[in-house]
Design a protein around this ligand. Sequence first.
Ligand code: FES
Ligand code: FES
Length: 166
Amino acid sequence: MSGAAAARTICLNVNGEERSATAEPRVTLVDFLRHGLRLTGTHVGCEQGVCGACTVLIDGFAVRGCLMLAVQAEGRQVQTIESLGTVEAPHALQRAFLKHHALQCGYCTPGMLLSLAQFLHDVPDPTEQEVREAISGNLCRCTGYHNIVKAALDAAAELRGAREEN
Ligand code: FES
Ligand code: FES
């Protein structure tokens, strides 16, 4: 008897669009996004829920894409880094990361940005300590976190200003 379940069509709402591809039910969400849908902005690191490189938002909450199966995301709203901003119109966090040199190799950056996007939505005026706690599940081997925290606080101030104008 074969251990592999038959591949099936998996349909997900990703970044506001209905997307589908064929994959076995055992395929993780991050592998499905990268290989099935060719959304390669989401990275894969430890594959065991430790590093946070695979972070995506599901219904607005940051989750580890390596710990969830693609089939478990059916019917949910998935948001990947591809939706956060564009080169022409970057998100406030992306602008702040550039301004404060908050990335080096960039491997952790997509997951870090999505974790921070959810956090600043929930906590618009955080302390430095709160930012550090918010990104404690996103490991960065390069930066020492200092500039990431500065960038997050800067983006928070910009986002608060934009909310007050609206
Ligand atoms: S690849 Fe998912 S937490 Fe590291
Ligand atoms: S910038 Fe290299 S792991 Fe964070």
